[in-house]
Design a protein around this ligand. Structure first.
Ligand code: FES
Ligand code: FE2
Length: 438
């Protein structure tokens, strides 16, 4: 509390406010004194306002000091980590990169599926990036993307990853469409403008010949991010896909970067996929590297596979054709691959808030048959491809769970095999992205 007093040999009335202990040293005083007025009653009526003003100035100064202290603590902490990292040359002291990765989530276009995955009205799919969930939803035939968090009090609209429903919050029933909102008992909300503007957080969505991309605040247009060549390929694949055969979630007990790097190299096939992928005879192949994408392609010599291909060529409308095994990686989280262009598999590696967990959403997409009479034999084929793919992913998940995240860093690989070129390309993308998002 401030007090009013008069000074010896001076006219008027003064206000004295005590300075908090922690600021006394800096201000070199224990109290602040301000003249109010020469008139006694005027001075008393001014007291409250001036006292509040002085207290506010003191509070602001205190807060600023606290912030400065925090900043210097942070610098000191960063410095210590840098020093320890240099001293031991061990990844144990790496800086936590998750902040940059979260910025990356918001800055890039992510291929999350194909419109064939959302054929029915009100069908939806949720994708998860760290602790952010995005719903892609079919509203009367049009797809839109919003965060899975009600603007009212943050309840999740849905708690299953895929399904069919309107966007209605289970808590108080707020319901949204792309351009309307229904809010029960709207009359009880005081601020009319605020309640009329209530919307879930919306993401940008693009459809490239059926393939669906989402982003929150993209650094590039999709065409720029993919580059002309990959964009053309995406157009062709998008056009070829006719149906979603299956969607499955596979849990990797490993960091998302470890799961991606595993998917980027064929080096492990003979050890990890002895009975599943290895019999195809995938070998060195060829790699093509783009700014934010990479392609691996290997012509497989298996005569059995060639025979099957000839059979399927008659049955399917194949628009993007190639021989052998082909796989396209789209930075940061998605992958589209195919054997002999007869089906396409899509994987979305979704990073989790837990450093050692990734949910890989994998889909099998099929092409349009040339004739209905092939339906049954194609179904059998898709069933066996889907089962084999699942087995391959389980083998990948198992080996990835044995890799320690602390053995990983963003630097180029220490031992570099030509079979692992795409890993270095991926790490290079991460380093480039770190610079761009900061
Ligand atoms: S939290 Fe969603 S309606 Fe209340
Ligand atoms: Fe693998």
């Amino acid at each position: 509390m401030g007090r009013i007093f008069q000074r010896k040999n001076r006219k008027g009335y003064y206000l004295q406010v005590a300075v908090p202990r922690e600021l006394r040293k800096e201000l070199k005083t224990t109290s602040i004194v301000r003249k109010l007025s020469n008139n006694k009653s005027e001075s008393f009526s001014m007291k409250k306002e001036i006292e509040e003003k002085i207290k506010k100035e003191l509070r602001d100064l205190k807060n600023k000091n606290l912030l400065d202290k925090k900043e210097s603590y942070k610098d000191e902490y960063d410095m210590r980590i840098d020093n320890l990292y240099m001293k031991f040359n061990h990844e144990y002291f790496q800086k936590n990169l998750v902040l940059n990765e979260k910025a990356m989530v918001l800055s890039y276009w992510h291929c999350i599926g194909h419109e064939a995955d959302f054929k029915e009205k009100n069908s939806y799919q949720i994708v998860k990036f760290f602790n952010l969930e995005i719903i892609i939803h079919n509203y009367k035939g049009n797809l839109w993307a919003i965060e899975n968090s009600c603007p009212h009090r943050g309840t999740k609209f849905f708690n299953t990853n895929r399904g069919n429903s309107k966007i209605t919050c289970p808590y108080h029933g707020w319901t949204f469409t792309p351009d309307k909102a229904f809010i029960p008992r709207k009359d009880t909300f005081k601020d009319e403008k605020l309640i009329n503007d209530a919307r879930p957080k919306e993401w940008k969505i693009r459809n490239i010949n059926g393939l669906i991309f989402i982003s929150y605040k993209p650094l590039f247009s999709i065409q720029e991010q993919l580059g002309d060549e990959v964009f053309q390929i995406i157009c062709l694949i998008g056009e070829s896909i006719y149906q979603n055969y299956s969607s499955q979630d596979i849990v990797f007990d490993s960091n998302w970067k470890i799961a991606i790097e595993n998917a980027l190299e064929p080096y492990h096939i003979s050890m990890v996929h002895k009975n599943t992928l290895a019999p195809l005879g995938i070998s060195n192949g060829q790699n093509k590297l783009y700014d934010w994408a990479s392609i691996f392609h290997d012509k497989i010599k298996s005569s059995k596979l060639k025979k099957t291909k000839r059979l399927f060529e008659k049955m399917l409308k194949i628009k993007f054709d190639f021989e052998g095994y082909w796989s396209l990686y789209l930075f940061p989280f998605s992958m589209i691959s195919s054997t002999e262009a007869t089906t396409f598999a899509h994987q979305l590696y979704q990073p989790s808030p837990k450093l050692d967990s990734t949910i890989c959403l994998t889909k099998l997409w099929c092409m349009e048959p040339n004739n209905k009479k092939y339906d049954e034999s194609l179904k059998c084929f898709y069933k066996s491809v889907s089962e084999t793919n699942l087995q391959i992913f389980k083998e990948d998940a198992e080996i990835c769970s044995q890799i320690n995240i602390e053995s990983w860093n963003e630097k180029p690989l220490n031992f570099e095999s030509t079979l692992e070129i795409k890993i270095n390309h991926f790490r290079n993308c991460l380093r480039k992205s770190d610079k761009l998002v900061n």
